[in-house]
Every structure is written in structure tokens, then in C-alpha cells.
Ligand binder design. Structure first.
Ligand code: PMP
Ligand code: GLN
Length: 390
């Protein structure tokens, strides 16, 4: 009989697919998976169609279309003053997800350790397990998602090869503070460790927050691989165009893995992505204004329904304490998500999905809601949430 490999047998299905299925069955307003229910900017969509019509339909170079690499390098210079050589320091990937897997494969060996902060975006640890690498956890503590500097220091061992930093953070909405980034940078240098950053929410910032690239801190340019993608900034999550940028030796290592995972990624979408990244500042400001409105609206709706929710600083999500909004029979975040779908008609993600089994209790009182939705969707969710109190 054919049987599943031991490597993947423990994985199960992702929480996003699971919640989408139950939400559909119950006709719930879906604030689960972090994917916009509105389209990307028309000029960006038009660029993709034009690229298809301009016969950009065969394999791109493995490292990416020259115009896409140039646009990624120019974007880094424009927003962060980060200088990158598009020939050797930029790699285009199938989204941030592939970039992360290729980074783990290209920059660590079996039995090495990689430090991650928990809650941990759901693909990182399965990526590590497939690579034979061990995760070392440092916990972010609710409600403000700070971490104990001593715990971070203690997580570095002689086996540590890398640390993954996701800022702005999914699912908490945390933006790592300058002091936190400085400590991470100092420890990476002291222990000769590579930083891998996931910055897919770099342009989803609230309340005049600023995004800082760890790679731009003193001493970090040569030891930081920065990962990001088009999906969030341009509301085209289905395009799966991402990138990994950094010093040439890091990018070369990541490309060694990438060339045998996907080889190269969707040519016309790379071309459209290049145009998207070059949109004027007004576009990027518009994104922030739109997200600020969505976040403020949903935050008010959740608080009005009895949730306690700290104000997220960036990203697609609000984490809310549901204990003031659910009957006492609801025991944990998974039960709460099910109750909310069935009884209220709104879908959220139980954040325990972002933890190892023994640590899920840390967020049993919380729920994750996506704000990346049309105003009508958020209004429909708010109307249903309002009934909880009623
Ligand atoms: N990293 C984080 C933190 C995310 O939240 C997401 C997706 N929602 C991704 C990576 C995936 O990015 P992509 O679609 O570009 O692979
Ligand atoms: N990153 C998205 C989220 O956190 C989901 C992406 C996925 O389904 N893999 O909701």
C-alpha cells in the first residue's frame, strides 16, 4: 500500500484551510485567513495582462527577471536606504513562503537550531522539520507581545545557525521596537548567527508606525536575509511573487535550494510586480490609510461586543481576548472559533495554531481576526458581533 512519508504525516492540514471549510458550511463572514476579499490596484492588474500579451510567458532566469530584481533593489533603496546589487543580492521566489523554505534549506544543516519567536507563522516550523533543523522558541507574552531579553539570550547555543524575525508580526500585530531589534542584532553578531526576516507586512503600518529593516542596523548587512513579497502590499496574495535579498553569499546559498524547488517563478507576474513596486508614494500612503480605517472599524466593533483587544501596530490582524464575549461553556480558542462560526456567523483563527502542542494554552483565551476585508464585509461582521451583547 502507498503510505504517507513520516516527514509529513504529523503536519495535518493548515488551520486556514480548516476554518475556510467550516466557515463556508455555515455561511459565516470570514475574518479567518489573511487574504483580501477585494482586488489589487487596477494598474497592477493591467500590467500583468500586458505582460502576458507581450509574450513574457516562458521561463524567467532562475534568480528572477532583471526588471523585477532591479525594482526590488530600488524599492529597498527608496524606503530603507538599503543598497543592493540586483545582479547578486536579489532572488525572486514563489512568495515569501518559498523564500523562507529555501532560506532554511540554504542556510542551515540538519541538527542545527533556528530561533523563532512564538506565536510562529505556521509554515516556519514545518519547513524546519522538513530540513531536519530544530526550532528553539522564545515566547512573546500577551497582551503586548514583548519578550524576556534573558530568554532570547539563553536561546542562542553553539548549534544556532539562524534566527527568524517577522515584523510586523502575524498574528499579533507587533512591530519589533528599535531596542528589540538592536538586541537581536547584537546577539546575532556575538554568536555569528544569520538573521532571516519576514517583512511581508512592511507597508501595512498603523498610527504613523515606521518599519525598520534589521538588515540596516550596524553590522547586520552581511548577516541578514530579508524576505518580503507583493501579496499584502498590492492585495495580490494569489500571485505568489516574493523575494529574498541580502549579501551575495546568503542569496547564493538560498538560490542553491530555490533552483531545485521551483527553478523560476511566474514570468508575467514578476514583470507586473516590477511596475507595482515603482508606484508613487501616494499609493503606499493610500494603503496605510485604507488599512487604518479597516483596523479602527473592526477594533471598535470587537471592543463593543465585549472583546478586549490591544491595538495592533501593523499587519493584517487583530488579536482579541474573547472571554468577555463568549458563554462560560466555551473552553479554549478552538472551541471559541467554532462557537463564533456556528452561533454568531463570523470566522476567526484560533491562534494556538501558531504554537507547539505543549504551549497552546498560552493563547487559549485569544482569537485572531483579519482586517484585510471590504468595508461591507467588516460591517456585516460588526452587525453579527453586535448581537453577542444584545
Ligand atoms: N509570512 C507571513 C508572516 C505571512 O503572514 C504570510 C501570509 N499571509 C506569508 C509569509 C506568506 O507570504 P506569501 O504569500 O508571499 O508566500
Ligand atoms: N498568511 C495567511 C494568514 O496568516 C494565510 C496564508 C496561507 O493560507 N498559507 O492568514
Amino acid at each position: 500500500m502507498p503510505r504517507m512519508a513520516n516527514r509529513v504525516a504529523p503536519f495535518g492540514t493548515t488551520i486556514f484551510a480548516e476554518i475556510n471549510t467550516i466557515a463556508r458550511q455555515h455561511g459565516a463572514v470570514n475574518l479567518g485567513q489573511g487574504a483580501p476579499d477585494f482586488d489589487g490596484p487596477p494598474e497592477v492588474l493591467r500590467s500583468a495582462i500586458e505582460a502576458v500579451n507581450a509574450a513574457l510567458n516562458q521561463y524567467a532566469p532562475g534568480i528572477g527577471l532583471p526588471m523585477a530584481r532591479a525594482a526590488v533593489a530600488d524599492h529597498a533603496q527608496r524606503f530603507y536606504g538599503q543598497r543592493l546589487d540586483p545582479e547578486s543580492e536579489v532572488l525572486i521566489t514563489a512568495g515569501a513562503t518559498e523564500a523562507m523554505f529555501a532560506a532554511i534549506l540554504g542556510l542551515s544543516d540538519p541538527d542545527d537550531e533556528i530561533i523563532v519567536f512564538a506565536p510562529t507563522y505556521d509554515s516556519y516550523v514545518p519547513n524546519m522539520r522538513m530540513a531536519g533543523v530544530r526550532p528553539r522558541y522564545v515566547y512573546l507574552d500577551p497582551p503586548h507581545w514583548t519578550f524576556d531579553p534573558a530568554a532570547l539570550e539563553a536561546a542562542f547555543t553553539p548549534k544556532t545557525r539562524a534566527i527568524i524575525v517577522n515584523t510586523p508580526h502575524n498574528p499579533t500585530g507587533k512591530i519589533y521596537s528599535p531596542e528589540e531589534l538592536r538586541l537581536i542584532a547584537e546577539l546575532c553578531q556575538r554568536h555569528d548567527v544569520t538573521a532571516i526576516t519576514d517583512e511581508v507586512y512592511e507597508h501595512i503600518l498603523y498610527d504613523d508606525q515606521r518599519h525598520t529593516r534589521l538588515a540596516t542596523l550596524p553590522g547586520m548587512a552581511d548577516r541578514t536575509l530579508t524576505i518580503s513579497s507583493l501579496g499584502k502590499t498590492f492585495s495580490v496574495t494569489g500571485w505568489k511573487i516574493g523575494w529574498a535579498v541580502g549579501a551575495a553569499p546568503l542569496v547564493t546559498a538560498v538560490n542553491r535550494a530555490h533552483q531545485f524547488i521551483t527553478y523560476s517563478v511566474a514570468t508575467p507576474l514578476q514583470a507586473a510586480g516590477a511596475e507595482a513596486l515603482r508606484l508613487p508614494d501616494a499609493y503606499y500612503r493610500g494603503v496605510q490609510g485604507d488599512y487604518q480605517r479597516r483596523r479602527d472599524f473592526l477594533l471598535t466593533a470587537l471592543r463593543g461586543a465585549g472583546f478586549e483587544a490591544p491595538t495592533p501596530q501593523g499587519g493584517y490582524f487583530i488579536i482579541a481576548d474573547w472571554r468577555g464575549a463568549a458563554p462560560s461553556s466555551v473552553q479554549d480558542d478552538v472551541a471559541f472559533a467554532q462557537w463564533l462560526i456556528r452561533e454568531v456567523g463570523v470566522a476567526c483563527i484560533p491562534p494556538s495554531a501558531f504554537y507547539e502542542p505543549a504551549e497552546k494554552h498560552r493563547v487559549a483565551h485569544l482569537a485572531r481576526f483579519a482586517v484585510c476585508k471590504k468595508d461591507e464585509t467588516l460591517q456585516a461582521a460588526a452587525a453579527r458581533l453586535a448581537k453577542i451583547r444584545g
